[in-house]
Design a binder for this molecule. Sequence first.
Ligand SMILES: Nc1nc2c(ncn2[C@@H]2O[C@H](COP(=O)(O)OP(=O)(O)OP(=O)(O)O)[C@@H](O)[C@H]2O)c(=O)[nH]1
Ligand SMILES: [Zn+2]
Length: 287
Amino acid sequence: MEQGVIVKGIGGTYDVETESGVVPCILRGRLRLRDDRVLVGDKVEISREPGGEAGVVERILPRINELTRPAIANVNQVAVVFSVKNPPPNYLLLDRILVQAELLDLSCVVVFTKGDLDPAGALDMANKYAAISYPTVITSVIKSEGLDELRELLKGKISTLAGPSGAGKSSLLNALDPALNLETGKVSAKAQRGRHTTRSVELLSLGDGYVADTPGFSRLSMGTDQERDLQFAFPEFRPHIDACQFRGCLHRREPGCQVKEAVKTGEILPRRYEHYLILLEEAAPRY
Ligand SMILES: Nc1nc2c(ncn2[C@@H]2O[C@H](COP(=O)(O)OP(=O)(O)OP(=O)(O)O)[C@@H](O)[C@H]2O)c(=O)[nH]1
Ligand SMILES: [Zn+2]
């Protein structure tokens, strides 16, 4: 039995990438009856006639996880992509995406694109996120910088790209692999098309890994049951949480709060703490 990964699914046909290329497949009958959908990212076993072009998905292998927005199985990490300039990064959105990924137990890497537009600024931004423990890369497709580093981070994994339109995601993917030949630059034209057609999720094959360039993460707001978990979605808070005077401290106005203390000493970036408070407010239960 051949194994592969579902990279695309449209109208009952699934493209399965195998060692011998992409094989269009239909589902074995009993899979069609299952409640849980087959997802892009699923590792599957397929059968096909000797020499056959098309195949049949026989079995879905166990998933390590499944995301709903975007709907992808077996995601290893989220690559958060923001440009250094044009447009400048919206840090609240950046931190919001990191938090959503942390709450889903996904690893994150942070990519600052268009590094050529402000090399010093880029370094400053990257250092701040690297200090939090995130693998961080500065890229420039114009100067061909950071591409090998990023390839290394994406290698052998299924990554979803998350970041605002215009951050340069398509340009970056093309630079990583020109064969992808993605449309770039015409921001307004692309935005318009986006409004009229719902783009289906697709995994792009990159080296021996996959990336999905899909909207989703940035749209999420906090769930009202996440108030208590939120603090753990800030990795730099974790060493301080247990040292707070009160068990159950949410690091707002509580006395003896060691998270706030770490903000004062500069161990925690004030901006990150402000974003924590904003997201905490969103996550507060409403009665
Ligand atoms: N100076 C500079 N400009 C870049 C770089 N990468 C992309 N750009 C420019 O940024 C603009 C947006 O790039 P795209 O790749 O289309 O952005 P995108 O994130 O894919 O946008 P959406 O597909 O709308 O999400 C284009 O005008 C690119 O030429 C870079 O490394 N340096
Ligand atoms: Zn505290």
